[in-house]
Design a protein around this ligand. Structure first.
Ligand code: CMC
Length: 432
């Protein structure tokens, strides 16, 4: 008996097709047989921005956007954020299972021993203008790592691949801290192997002349939780870039640089910086209704609101809101929180947002915590890129091992001129 498929009737030809259905999907290549005549190229699917196209099979992260659920390797994000460290979660994402105590100890020690960067990176960093955006510096220096590790080209060698993953996870905080220190004109601080991942990062950012700096454990844990929340998010814009660049067999450093570039945009990871700019612009709680009105008039978007997949409250935003309270106990309350809470309250009662299912996303509250911790808005997206590197690498690995994957190469619907003959310069007329 034939398995139930999708019956397609082509009204142009009167022909019938039965397309196999698996996992609620048809294979786009099965459309190709649908032709008007034998010379016809065959049918394609038009899906700009991949709004309804699965580009891969993945066992890493799942989001149920309607119910506001996020799980890494099956584990709910709430449980991981509450009970696991970022490096434990990184191990889970990259290896598929939670580590045993011994596995975790080895993994943490390996990552920790790859936090140093080549001294030449400092010279490279020094070449940037004094007010260069830290994200631009991060993207460029991650790409530059490719020139330090030519063995990264051996993407099919499991040992070489593992080494690059350790290097990238280990070095991202160091590069990020160097980018920040350069932007504020402070000397670079070497990693301290006695500290945990978040604590070491905080020290590389904030240590001044003497050795007395010790990261506040509550702030280090809060940052670690934020890292857990940002570690992966299935096939988002930057992950799609990571997979696309990686699909050409480019090394993981340049692929990560490409992914980070995608993250930089204000519609993606750059939204956390944009939220703070927005809250500054609003200035006070009483100006919220007027701002919402301008959003509804289509003047601009409410940053940190809305999501391609979540049509419910982003579970990460809920955890961040709770973590913010713990951070404020140490740092004092960020007054911008009141504006954000009012924005959320007004928006969630407004038909415009309700009908479009627009809820706060991860970026809505993260900037407020980061700012209370002492970070400036231009470093916010860098704070997103550090943990997301783990997700990018997990997805990159999965892509390389997936026999279904090939070099990513979408099709197009050509809308340009039909064939025409070259016009000599003297006969050309200005375009209308
Ligand atoms: N403010 C006001 N209206 C919005 C917003 C918003 N933030 N987001 C979507 N809409 C409206 C949009 O105008 C459209 O309305 P209409 O149907 O009348 O034209 C409708 O909602 C659907 O929007 P869309 O552009 O089709 O949705 P999308 O899935 O393509 O975009 C998004 C998703 C995240 C890019 C978008 O919601 C947005 O621009 N949000 C603000 C930027 C932001 O916070 N980005 C962070 C996303 S989460 C973290 C991450 O990815 O890094």
């Amino acid at each position: 008996m034939q398995t139930p498929g999708l019956r397609v009737h082509d009204e142009r030809t009167g022909k019938e097709y039965n397309l196999p259905v698996q996992d609620d999907c048809i294979r786009a290549m099965d459309l190709r047989q649908i032709k008007v005549n034998p010379d016809d190229f065959g049918m394609m699917a038009y899906d700009p921005a991949f709004t309804n196209t699965a580009s891969c099979r993945s066992a890493i992260t799942v989001i149920d956007g309607e119910r506001g659920i996020l799980r890494y390797r099956g584990y709910p994000i709430e449980q991981l954020a509450g009970k696991a460290s970022f490096l434990e979660v990184a191990y889970l994402l990259l290896h598929g299972e939670l580590p045993t105590e011994t596995e975790l100890r080895t993994w943490v020690s390996q990552v920790t021993h790859h936090t140093m960067v080549h001294e030449n990176i400092k010279k490279f960093m020094d070449g940037f203008h004094h007010d260069a955006h830290p994200m631009g510096m991060l993207i460029s220096t991650v790409a530059a790592l490719s020139t330090f590790y030519p063995d990264a080209k051996n993407i099919r060698d499991p040992e070489a691949r593992k080494l690059q993953i350790l290097r990238l996870v280990g070095k991202m905080p160091t590069l990020a801290a160097y980018a920040y220190r350069h932007s504020v004109g402070l000397p670079y601080v070497y990693p301290d192997n006695n500290l945990d991942y978040a604590g070491n990062f905080l020290r590389m950012l904030w240590k001044m002349g003497d050795n007395s700096y010790a990261p506040d454990p509550i702030l280090a844990r809060a940052l670690d939780i934020l890292f857990v929340l940002h570690a992966d998010h299935e096939q988002n814009c930057s992950t799609n870039v990571m997979r696309a660049v990686g699909s050409s067999n480019a090394d993981p450093y340049v692929a990560t640089a490409g992914a980070a570039a995608a993250l930089y945009g204000p519609l993606h990871g750059g939204a956390n910086e944009a939220v703070l700019v927005m809250l500054d612009e609003i200035g006070s709680v009483d100006r919220v209704p007027e701002y919402i009105k301008r959003v509804k008039d289509g003047k601009f978007r409410l940053m940190g609101f809305g999501h391609r997949v979540y049509k419910n409250y982003d579970p990460r935003a809920r955890i961040i809101k709770k973590t913010a309270e713990e951070v404020f106990e140490v740092t004092g309350r960020n007054p911008k929180l009141d504006i954000a809470l009012e924005l959320e309250r007004v928006a969630l009662e407004d038909d415009y947002f309700v009908q479009r299912k627009l809820y706060p996303n991860v970026d809505f509250y993260s900037g407020i915590i980061y700012q209370a911790m002492g970070f400036t808005p231009d470093i916010f997206t860098v704070l997103f890129a550090i943990p997301r590197t783990v997700g990018w690498l997990a997805q990159w690995q999965e892509m390389l091992d997936d026999p279904d994957q090939k070099i990513a190469r979408p099709r197009q619907i050509y809308t340009g001129a039909a064939k025409r003959d070259f016009i000599p310069m003297a006969q050309r007329k200005p375009a209308a």
